[in-house]
Design a protein around this ligand. Structure first.
Ligand SMILES: [Fe+2]
Ligand SMILES: [Fe+2]
Length: 201
């Protein structure tokens, strides 16, 4: 019959073994995470996040200018609401960076710089207070939304592929808001602004 001391040392040995296998599992998980972080796809994903993080910030600024430049209250309101949503997009991106254990950083997005510049040109080439100005602003804003839709659409799929489920959910919520904004812009163009602009001299 085993003595109490033998029993104690047997259970201590078992505990040590358990600790060792737990440490091995943690090490394995750590290695897997490091491998994941070294992969080209992960680096590409992080780069794309930095690009859209820069873009959202630039869009926030541009929306303010578009709101001031718009003629109708209707369009001003759309731009105002989308500024609030854009602030949420920025904070969601910060959460996504955190979820994948990366630091939020901005990387210049040349595409959005160009699209925003085009919007500024439209403001400069249309008369203040005109409906044609709003027609131009809607088209400029839709180019921004379409850029975002393409980007978030790709990022959601990539996050799913890489098993970043929570990140995919957050990116998908933003994608839906970009799509809704795009539809809203189409609706106000079709139901009033384009028609009113046509009546203009
Ligand atoms: Fe956005
Ligand atoms: Fe947007």
């Amino acid at each position: 019959m085993a003595t109490k001391t033998e029993n104690n040392s047997a259970s201590a040995g078992k505990k040590e073994q358990e600790n060792l296998s737990q440490a091995n599992l943690q090490k394995q998980a750590g290695n897997q995470e490091q491998n994941m972080k070294d992969s080209s796809l992960h680096k590409f994903f992080v780069d794309a996040l930095k690009d859209i993080y820069f873009a959202e910030d630039a869009i926030l600024d541009a929306l303010g200018k578009m709101e001031s430049a718009a003629t109708t209250e209707e369009l001003k309101e759309v731009f105002e609401d989308h500024q609030l949503q854009t602030k949420k997009h920025i904070s969601r991106l910060e959460k996504v960076f955190k979820l994948i254990d990366e630091t939020p950083e901005k990387k210049e997005c040349k595409a959005i710089v160009g699209i925003i510049k085009e919007g500024e040109d439209i403001i400069n080439s249309t008369e203040a207070g005109s409906m044609t100005r709003d027609v131009g602003l809607i088209i400029a804003a839709q180019k921004v939304e379409h850029y975002e839709i393409a980007t978030y659409g790709g990022l959601v799929q990539l996050a799913i592929t890489m098993n970043h489920d929570k990140a995919a959910d957050l990116l998908d919520r933003t994608l839906e808001e970009e799509e809704e904004t795009d539809l809203l812009l189409t609706e106000i163009a079709e139901t009033s602004i384009n028609v009113d602009a046509e009546q203009e001299d």
